[in-house]
Design a protein around this ligand. Sequence first.
Ligand SMILES: Cc1cc2nc3c(=O)[nH]c(=O)nc-3n(C[C@H](O)[C@H](O)[C@H](O)COP(=O)(O)OP(=O)(O)OC[C@H]3O[C@@H](n4cnc5c(N)ncnc54)[C@H](O)[C@@H]3O)c2cc1C
Length: 402
Amino acid sequence: MNKIVIVGAGQAAGWAVHTLRNHGYDGEIHVVSNEDNVFYERPPLSKQVLSQEAPVESLNLFPENQVDEFSVIWHKPDLAVKIDKQDKCVHLQSGKTLAFDKLLIATGSRARIPIAQWANFKNVYTLRDIQDCHSLAEQFKTAENIAVIGGGWIGLEIAATARKQGKNVEIFECGSRLCARSVSPEVSAFLKDLHEEAGTKIHLNAMELSLSEVDQDKIQIDAGPLGQITFDCVVVGAGAEISKELAVDAELDVKDGIVVNEYGQSSHADIYAAGDVAIHPGLGYCIQSWANAQNQAISAAKSMLGDLTAYQDIPWLWSDQYQCNIQILGTYQPEKTVQVVIRKTHPTQQSFFYLDDQHRLINMIAVNEAKLVKLAKRWLANATQLDPQQLQDLDFNLMKLK
Ligand SMILES: Cc1cc2nc3c(=O)[nH]c(=O)nc-3n(C[C@H](O)[C@H](O)[C@H](O)COP(=O)(O)OP(=O)(O)OC[C@H]3O[C@@H](n4cnc5c(N)ncnc54)[C@H](O)[C@@H]3O)c2cc1C
């Protein structure tokens, strides 16, 4: 094998290349990227880079000289437009055709705009890449009144960043609570309090929003019973669309995302997928997180080289909002949860534990409790039976349960 092609150059692609070279692969690696900026991580785009507390360079996954040493053959900016799985080649928009021995699809996802017309308004933004972040940071310099559509993780982070800069911020969420797909009602309530205490207005059940441009590029939101409110800009944080079209067109097995086994292999033996675009093999749906993109890609890259490495990571992601580092371990499964324990050490330091019928942890949301999350990762991996009373008892040192 001497030719690997990777489509996409984000978190998953970067770690795949790093792993291939670290594991002795010295053949060609072709990377196709429709972005000029490559091998960078996105989490700071809604946090320190948006607030301009950290420079764009801090996003780089690897130092520049290390990227040079990877000896990647770049195709950028270019777009992969078709995969021919019979002839094992990828067609690019530029007209090039890249033959491959193995292919990794790492195309990630993109920001979802619920109503296509909104994208045409000058002061309506989404946040997915460095370019979006530059534009939004520029807008934040002068905007006073900012609307965020979507009360999920990215929407909340953007709202917190704007509010910390003294902006008037209003969040419009179509559901009845914040982050409803990934956390329980009590965690949603915690998030709502956090943002309201910081001075942000939250409109739940804001279902039928209609946007229009009014004088000097301001945006008016018609929010039905709430009336019409005018903003300097609107940021849409309404979830992500999985970039799975290449795989659908190639007739690979695709559901919510590309179906892969624990080695990252799709329904075609020489085509792999990792990151946002690939289904988590243990869960059966896509996970959009930094750790998932990195670790699924590492396992896929090793497996491509014949070192079969199963990816079985327990989902873990984090979010930073105001003074809170929020970590989410496992997945929210109300049907399996028989007991909820809330351990509140301090208003901004608390943990929510979700236990199954045998008192095993299935999900944990921890606020400013990084050490405890490390320990809980082991409880989850080992299916440790826990004592709910000990979890709740502030006089009991949970580190004893190592
Ligand atoms: C603003 C923001 C904040 C986030 N914060 C957090 C956080 O706090 N914690 C956390 O765990 N996760 C966070 N995430 C999620 C995390 O960044 C993603 O899960 C991760 O980037 C996914 O990596 P990926 O490599 O799969 O996809 P991406 O990083 O999206 O990379 C995919 C690349 O492929 C390119 N591409 C797509 N199609 C083609 C094509 N046909 N041809 C060529 N190139 C193509 C895309 O343009 C993109 O550059 C955040 C994401 C965003 C956007």
